[in-house]
Write a protein that binds this ligand. Structure first.
Ligand code: GDP
Ligand code: GDP
Length: 440
């Protein structure tokens, strides 16, 4: 299950970034690496009571003249609506209620997402009364805290957040049982819409217009051989959006969101152009998100006299990190091999769900170790004690070793390769983490 996303919004200087930093752990790099995305928000990973979630820090949105200001607030609310599962609306007890707070509150009232009103900068018990005027915003509850001091209020808020996440996850689990979610992503004109339209024509669409994961995506559910597939379309986005902060960036953002929400990404590549740098970038986002990956070489009808294996060899040379991805060769125009999408997605999903018993896993890792023992570093030798599969979807392993300084990248790659050789994991990334005694 994908981590829930929490948007932190509010006027400049109310303490959004301070709160995010207080709660946060590691900052995600996804956004920084992407072209066309300005740093007007940052995704931050956080964890509380064993629940992981992602915070969107919109704190970086700059203050300007009145026009800019209103635009910025609108942009923040848009981000919150599109990308988050829960919204924290921060106000400032020190400066008190502000007309812009009313504006934000009014906008949020139209949003069908849970909003928690957080009154920040209540630095001491003596200041609790400062919060009273915020009842005027019309929320049923408010949460008083001091982000700067990280008092008990922050912990209480986190408890409420994690409870809410848990409730949302339970509902989703019931809805998603057995459904395979496929995000159709790729460059403009690769043929995403054509594929979707063709699939919807051919298969029985059981529900049309399932509310999308974002305001601008439409999810469609179809049945193929008794199995339900939810297709998350990102193609319509570019055509529909009129957002002023960069149409292309908007599309990229939605694609990321779709990838985060899917089981398997169908990366549509224009066969005539081959795998582009942008395709590789999208593929690495998929890897980071942990979803399955199918490279769909579309417009195959236009390719004459090329054997697929030659094509594959070329890709393997150009992008060896994509070896695990499954490749299919299709034509949205003629309908050639489109069923492969469902068949391969189902296979990849099974690979993602695989569970390897601890006994077998340790046997494989020990054999790999004995076959090719690591060389010593400064007379110290890496020892592998014990391995276990911590999760599936994607397969995630923890290997306990004597000292993390002793494991080199090439050896990590070697062990990962052995896991794939033995267990397959076709089409899915795998995650292997190393721990030594004393690690959490
Ligand atoms: P943002 O623009 O909403 O992200 O606000 P920042 O997090 O940058 O905070 C703006 C200012 O408010 C900074 O000087 C913070 O140190 C201060 N601040 C944030 N939280 C608190 C708090 O709980 N109490 C007090 N007294 N100051 C705070
Ligand atoms: P999107 O931007 O990724 O949604 O791409 P579209 O589905 O809008 O397709 C872009 C163009 O490629 C359109 O002119 C399509 O007719 C064409 N196209 C899509 N798939 C195929 C295909 O399999 N073969 C051929 N020959 N053309 C295709």
């Amino acid at each position: 299950m994908k981590e829930k996303v929490i948007a932190v919004i509010g006027r400049p200087n109310v303490g959004k970034s301070t709160l995010v930093n207080r709660i946060a752990g590691k900052r995600l790099s996804i956004v920084d690496d992407m072209p066309n995305i300005t740093r007007d928000r940052i995704y931050v990973e956080a964890n509380w009571q064993d629940k992981n979630f992602v915070l969107i820090d919109t704190g970086g949105i700059v203050e300007g003249n009145e026009d800019e200001f209103v635009k910025n607030i609108n942009a923040q609310v848009d981000i919150a609506i599109d990308e988050s599962d829960l919204i924290l609306f921060i106000v400032d007890a020190k400066t008190g209620l502000n007309p812009y707070d009313y504006d934000i509150a009014n906008k949020l009232r139209q949003v069908e997402k849970k909003v928690l009103l957080v009154v920040n900068k209540v630095d001491s018990k003596a200041q609790v009364d400062l919060a009273n005027e915020f009842w005027a915003l019309g929320f049923e509850n408010m949460h008083l805290l001091s982000a700067l001091h990280g008092d008990g209020g922050v912990g209480d808020l986190l408890d409420i957040i994690t409870e809410d996440i848990q409730a949302q996850e339970q509902i989703e689990q019931e809805e998603n049982d057995g459904v395979i979610k496929i995000a159709i992503v790729g460059k403009p004109n690769a043929g995403k819409s054509s594929i979707l339209n063709n699939l919807l024509k051919k298969q029985r669409a059981i529900v049309s217009n399932v509310s999308g994961t974002t305001r601008d995506t439409i999810d469609e559910e179809v049945i193929y051989e008794d199995k339900v597939f939810r297709l998350i379309d990102t193609a319509g986005i570019r055509k529909k959006s009129k957002v002023d902060y960069g149409v292309e960036m908007f599309a990229v953002d939605r694609a990321i969101k779709a990838i985060r929400n899917c089981d398997v990404a169908l990366l549509v590549v224009d066969s005539q152009e081959g795998l582009s740098d942008q395709d590789k970038k999208i593929a690495s986002i998929c890897e980071e998100a942990g979803c399955g990956l199918i490279l769909a070489f579309n417009k195959w009808d236009l390719i004459k006299n090329v054997q697929t294996h030659k094509f594959e060899q070329e890709i393997e040379k150009e992008a060896p990190f994509l070896n695990y991805a499954q490749k299919i060769y299709i034509s949205a125009k003629t309908g050639q091999r489109l069923n492969n999408i469902f068949e391969v997605a189902q296979m990849v999903q099974m690979e993602r769900e695989k569970r390897i018993s601890t006994g077998l896993l340790n046997k494989v890792i020990n054999e790999a170790y004995n076959l090719n023992p690591p060389s010593s570093i400064k007379v110290k030798t890496l020892r592998v004690y014990y391995s276990t599969q911590a999760k599936n979807n994607p397969p995630t392993f923890v290997i306990f070793i004597n000292n993390k300084d002793l494991i080199q990248d090439h050896y990590k790659r070697y062990l990962s390769k052995k896991l794939r050789e033995n267990f397959g994991f076709k089409g899915t990334p795998i995650v292997v983490s190393y721990r030594q005694k004393g690690d959490k």
